[in-house]
Design a protein around this ligand. Sequence first.
Ligand code: SAM
Length: 322
Amino acid sequence: MIVDRQGRRFRNLRVSLTAACNYACTYCVPDGKRLVAAQDELSADALVRGVAYLIEAAGIERLRITGGEPLVSPRLDAFVRGIGSLGLKDIGLTTNGQLLARKLPLLLDAGIKRLNVSLDTLDAEAFRRIARGGDLATVLEGLEAARDAGMRIKLNMVPLRGQNLDQVLPMLAYCLERGFELRFIELMRMGHLSKPGAGFAQQFVGMPELLELIAAHYDYVQADAPLDATALRYEIPGAGTFGIIANESVPFCRTCSRLRLSSTGWLHGCLSSSNRHYVGDLLDKPRHQALPALQGLLVKALADKQEIAFAGGVTVMKIIGG
Ligand code: SAM
């Protein structure tokens, strides 16, 4: 097992199935153009082999499928079927929910029971302004269908000053009514937001302000979370739970166990580092040749992790998988 001086190791893998996305969220894509798939995206077979090799070489236990938007990928079907037999403890998927109703039978059939759905507002006009793609009603229909099918659902919301702060309480009420866990993600200085003057500070809303907004309407207590969880969790007794991924206010780098594999075959050990390590060529090699080389690259990827706090990065979330 590869472990660093702080005792960190890779346990959780995120695979970006494609860089393509049917949204162009303002904080993710600066020019508003929706993304297309990269020319050199790996086949589903190669990505499944990547997961299998990383389970062995790094001790990966849990997998999250992401993107881009994973549900737009033509590789989704083969990939979810391929990873089902790898013995992972947990498989989840992060999606914007636009194609959720349509893809639900496939996800259920592949044994996926946990979804994180990104939704920044319940206001149709604000939705159009922030996501710059898709349709709110379609997402809400997908969420109802997934809930009826017994999926465990978390909603991810990025609070943005001047754009959706009025939605914090309506989103929380919506989630509590349906048994969804709402998770607020503090805005990260990634991609264009890492550049000075890009408006990060003006849009950023931190955990203390969120908790104050919530405290005006709900009593809550801090709840348990796994040691390497990114979210701080809170319970509203008798009503449900919510979480805050407070990458700026309460950095979680010291316990981070995440590794990312991009759709084009690059390993990323840290969201806040622009270092990446190419493994695409190794995934065509047999196990006995691939694993030693992979282990060398994993040592480098682990060394890319920040010591204490997230410092921002030029890498764009949609490319490496949020
Ligand atoms: N398309 C999928 C989705 O919408 O969930 C998966 C990819 S998306 C990049 C994953 C998550 O990253 C979303 O919840 C999105 O809101 C979040 N995200 C993207 N850029 C971000 C940023 N700069 N700060 C915080 N969250 C960000």
